[in-house]
Design a protein around this ligand. Structure first.
Ligand SMILES: [Zn+2]
Length: 357
């Protein structure tokens, strides 16, 4: 398929939403070297192995229900299948609910802490993450708001970067987070966080009066993204914006993970990520739950991911040649994004006014 065709298909699928491409970012500002990657991947493998004994089988696509699928890649003992209909990637042998809960509430000992905690509860790069990762997303969402400010509820708020960025642009930002360590970390940085896990029964109360509800890198961690989306859509008012960021497939990063599964630490990474969404699966999930698209933003770290995976897999240290190759990122990643192979997408939608709730 010609790269231009991929873009036309995306435009057609999301019509009349506005598509945006590329978010400049250099992973080196967070000091992500190939040896950092190897270290994190080893930790991720250990966490995966710790939950291998309590798992179950998923036989159908969790988004569209299709039973036909093909094996895409196995990482650290977890199998990822590609749906034969919507091409959604899903983990077909995920950990049981208790294992997942332990991963996100910190109930396990420190040695088994999820990679999310290792990476995000790192105060050295906090301000950089607020300014270079969270602030551009908040500014993007702000562009769809019809009036300034209001209540912004960030579901799965983690270390609170989005809350800090949203509050600085006039929102009354409140996070929902079930990990007490992340709640404490975010509060120390001035964020308002409620220690809660969003469910169908508490959504109406927790999301009351929201102008924006965001889920940045949350749905891929849940066994039932449809249930979470349904609960949110049922709870919010018709003009509330619903913002969803998820890892995306097909992407060059999916290919990197299949080439170098032994050093996977983002994107297709068990046991944290149980899903990688396609345009079709995200469209189906949102539309089925009464949301209409306003904007889609496609960006990623695919080129970086391919190079750093190859370097880490070969156990090579960072070099000046590697650095020179990474310097091309700002030229190459936009081409990947525009060709429909970016590893991340942000959906901004709104509850349709014809949907009761
Ligand atoms: Zn499917």
């Amino acid at each position: 398929m010609h790269p231009g065709q991929a873009r036309s298909r995306m435009e057609e699928l999301w019509h009349p939403a506005e598509l945006r491409f590329t978010k400049p970012f250099d992973m080196r500002t967070l000091n992500r070297t190939p040896s950092w990657r190897r270290e994190i991947a080893r930790g991720q493998q250990a966490i995966s192995e710790a939950v291998l004994s309590a798992r179950h089988t998923v036989e159908r696509c969790p988004i569209c229900g299709e039973s036909a699928s093909s094996c895409f890649v196995a990482v650290y003992g977890f199998h990822y299948r590609e749906c034969g209909a919507c091409h959604h990637l899903y983990c077909s042998n995920p950990p049981d609910a208790e294992g997942v809960k332990n991963l996100y509430t910190g109930a396990d000992d420190q040695g088994k802490k999820t990679i999310q905690t290792w990476t995000y509860l790192d105060s050295r790069h906090y301000q950089t993450r607020v300014e270079t990762i969270a602030a551009p997303k908040v500014a993007y969402v702000n562009g769809f708001c019809t009036k300034p400010g209001g209540r912004w509820i960030d579901v799965g708020s983690g270390a609170g970067e989005t809350l800090v960025a949203a509050a600085s642009t006039g929102f009354e930002a409140v996070g929902l987070e079930c990990d007490p360590a992340e709640c404490a970390f975010a509060r120390e940085r001035g964020a308002t966080v409620v220690e809660e896990f969003l469910t169908g029964s508490n959504a109406a109360e927790l999301l009351k009066g929201a102008a924006v509800v965001s889920l940045f890198n949350v749905l891929e961690h849940t066994e039932d993204p449809g249930g979470v989306t349904e609960a949110i859509s049922a709870a919010v008012e018709p003009d509330c914006l619903v913002v969803i960021e998820v890892p995306r497939h097909p992407s060059l990063s999916s290919l990197s993970n299949s080439l170098f599964p032994g050093v996977s630490c983002r994107h297709i990474v068990p046991p944290d990520h149980l899903h990688v969404f396609t345009d079709a699966s995200l469209q189906r999930l949102t539309s089925r739950n009464g949301l209409e698209p306003l904007g889609l933003w496609y960006f990623g770290q695919d080129y970086y991911d391919l190079l750093s995976s190859a370097m880490a897999s070969a156990d090579l240290p960072a070099s000046s040649l590697y650095s020179q190759a990474l310097d091309l990122n700002s030229l190459i990643q936009p081409v990947i994004d525009q060709a429909g192979l970016s590893d991340t997408m942000i959906y901004v939608g709104r509850k349709r006014s014809d949907v009761a709730g």
